[in-house]
Design a protein around this ligand. Structure first.
Ligand code: TXA
Ligand code: MG
Length: 350
């Protein structure tokens, strides 16, 4: 049975985390809020704990986990070498939604790193996550707390939906702030390389470091068998609702017209259809199910709302999903990266 515990991130006592700490110290699993998405935590240094994480998520065991720490001393404990550029990024963006990859120390088991000799490390800023790491004294391995392949959880209810009965505890700290997983930067190869786009954008990284590379796999807009993603997790079908999702690109009026046409067609065939719209356009669709993901005036609201909407598509039972598209600028890169995966790169241009 999974224990549910509500904690108010704005005002809580560390003592409230006692039970969660005890579970982690004993090799159990606790889902907890971070500023990006909910994580499924276990002791990163215990192979049994990471084995349980893979099992609970149904995650392929070659897909490595991120190790969450609360201070810089801990980085030295798990990373073999910390290049000066990484120290600079840590200074600017930690605690926060940035994950960096380093050659790993011996004590980090291969079961946590998916057999790689590198380790992904992140220092989250969410007060509950920070307190949990600090109070438990555990380096917390934590992938997103969803069933493998489903959208990452941005609320405790999402975690419950996927993992209830499969893990020891879920800490409900309310909806997360960012809503997309952390930016991953590989610091182990000399040239810092973005392996997964996120809230910390390429532009923000370059302000600190100068030039930063981007893994070609995340720029690709098709499933290209010749480009293998360097973050093993980025190669899987992901974030995907059960229905078939199509992204429609082009000028707003044309997009609305085409989505309405496609909806009509599929509804006439007797299918359950849904539209992923924005606050600015949601009244313009004639479809049984229209949902706004957020406002185009604040990209942050779209990032924060995306996974909840993708899950809602399953609740509606949508067989066909038509979604508006977003600019691939700054945060839009991360948003479109997730949407393209959710849509299995199904894009129509009008
Ligand atoms: O925001 C986040 O990063 C959330 C919260 C809970 O911190 N965690 C998260 O974990 O998104 P997960 O497991 O869902 O995604 C981790 C990604 C995967 O794509 C994995 O392949 C990649 O990080 N990764 C982990 N270790 C790696 C390594 N050593 N080399 C390359 N990629 C790595
Ligand atoms: Mg994940």
């Amino acid at each position: 049975k999974t224990i549910m515990q509500t904690i108010n991130p704005e005002s809580f006592q560390d003592e409230e985390l006692q039970e969660a700490c005890r579970i982690l110290q004993n090799g159990g699993l606790v889902a907890f809020p971070t500023e990006t998405v909910y994580g499924l935590g276990g002791d990163a240094l215990r192979p049994e704990a990471s084995a349980k994480i893979y099992e609970a998520k149904g995650r392929p065991s070659d897909n490595p986990l991120i190790v969450h720490i609360a201070d810089m001393e801990s980085l030295e404990e798990v990373a073999q070498t910390v290049p000066e550029e990484a120290a600079k990024l840590a200074q600017h963006f930690w605690p926060g939604p940035l994950t960096m990859i380093f050659p790993k120390k011996e004590k980090v088991p291969g079961s946590t790193t998916g057999g790689l000799d590198t380790v992904a490390v992140r220092m989250p800023s969410h007060p509950v996550a920070r307190a949990l790491i600090r109070e438990s004294g555990v380096y917390i391995a934590a992938p997103s707390a969803n069933t493998s392949g489903r959208p990452s959880p941005t609320k405790a209810e999402h975690v419950q939906e996927d993992l209830d009965g499969r893990i020891d505890m879920i800490i409900d700290g309310g909806a997360v702030g960012i809503g997309l997983e952390s930016t991953i930067v590989d610091m182990s190869t000399g040239v810092p390389t973005i392996l997964r786009p996120g809230y910390i954008t390429k532009e923000m990284l370059e302000e600190v470091l100068g030039q930063v590379q981007v893994d070609p796999a995340i720029l690709s807009r098709t499933i290209n068998p010749n480009i293998v993603a360097k973050a093993p997790g980025m190669k899987y079908r992901h974030y995907a609702p059960k229905g078939q999702m199509t992204i429609v690109e082009g000028k707003t009026e044309k997009v609305i017209g085409e989505i309405n046409r496609l909806c009509r067609e599929k509804m006439l065939e007797g299918h359950s259809v849904a539209v992923i719209a924005t606050e600015e356009t949601e009244t313009r669709y004639q479809c049984d199910n229209v949902r706004s993901v957020g406002s185009r005036r604040t990209e942050g609201s779209i990032a924060a709302g995306l996974y909840d909407i993708l899950r809602e598509m399953d609740h509606i039972g949508a067989e066909y999903i038509f979604a508006e598209s977003f600019e691939q600028d700054t945060l839009g890169k991360a948003i479109m990266n997730r949407m393209l995966k959710a849509a299995a790169y199904h894009v129509i241009n009008v």
